[in-house]
Design a protein around this ligand. Structure first.
Ligand code: GTP
Length: 247
């Protein structure tokens, strides 16, 4: 009886062949002619070799399939990581500028929208006084706060430097003002570097848009309002009272 480690696994792929082989072995005992006996022995040996070889090939192909599945899984993970990197800002992991603009453009085509722009006040001083790594941690802290407040389908991204933007699918002014106030308050409450007791404020602007306004127009208007908020003393929210119309 041929027994290999494969026999431990049911069903055995070669069950029929092994039955035939065992019958041949049984028959060999009764063979009288020496020539027939050795021919049958040779046949049995060859048959056993072929079965062993096939088991080896099957085991090899199983291993290859497992390796291929693992490689596919790894490829899927890498693709996901790459897609994330491509869409997000490396430091804060919020949407990056390009993604934010592209997605906002889609939203703005059909939806009443609002843009909240947020710019940290005197951020350069934080860098100068405490160093760039501290400045980085402040940016990450602010991003975490925004992430905890803003939920999809609203978009939240870093436009660059210490400037962030939120695009909301609404132009209900009261609703947007109350969200901006909450953000402003949370930023004031942020203690990014507790050992330094670092406090921070931000200037914000709110601009509303009717469907069909493009992002550039909305951004220019929001940026002007942000400039006024800075100019008028910072730590405040400048509101553009009327929704923009498409041109
Ligand atoms: N740590 C850190 N600093 C950055 C990063 N990107 C831009 N900055 C710094 O942000 C600072 C922005 O300075 P400013 O544009 O003068 O603005 P500000 O000091 O915040 O002043 P106001 O906006 O007028 O209140 C500069 O010092 C930049 O070097 C970053 O990724 N990490």
């Amino acid at each position: 009886m041929i027994m290999t480690t494969q026999d431990a696994y049911a069903p055995d792929l070669f069950e029929r062949e092994i039955t035939v082989l065992n019958k041949a072995k049984q028959a060999k005992v009764n063979f009288s002619s020496h020539a027939d006996h050795s021919a049958l022995s040779e046949l049995i040996d060859e048959y056993e070799r072929v079965i062993r070889e096939m088991r080896r090939v099957i085991a090899h192909s199983d291993r290859t399939e497992r390796e291929l599945n693992n490689a596919n899984q790894r490829l899927r993970e890498l693709t996901e990581a790459l897609t994330f990197q491509n869409r997000h800002d490396g430091l804060t992991r919020l949407l990056n500028r390009t993604t934010l603009i592209n997605e906002a453009e889609q939203l703005l085509k059909t939806t009443k929208s609002a843009l909240i722009m947020i710019d940290i006040d005197h951020f350069k001083q934080i860098n100068d006084r405490y160093g760039h790594p501290t400045g980085d941690r402040v940016l990450v802290g602010l991003a975490d706060t925004l992430r905890s407040i803003i939920q999809p389908p609203a978009l939240c991204g870093r436009l660059g430097g210490e400037e962030f933007a939120i695009v909301l699918p609404t132009n209900q002014l009261e609703e947007v003002i109350s969200l901006a106030e909450k953000i402003s308050e949370e930023i004031r409450n942020l203690r990014c570097e507790s050992e330094l007791g670092l406090r921070m404020t931000a200037s914000l602007s709110i601009t509303l848009a009717r469907p069909g306004v493009n992002f550039d127009t909305l951004y220019l208007c929001g940026d002007d309002a942000l400039y006024r908020a800075k100019h008028d003393g910072r730590n405040r929210i400048e509101v553009v009272p009327h929704p923009l119309n498409p041109t």
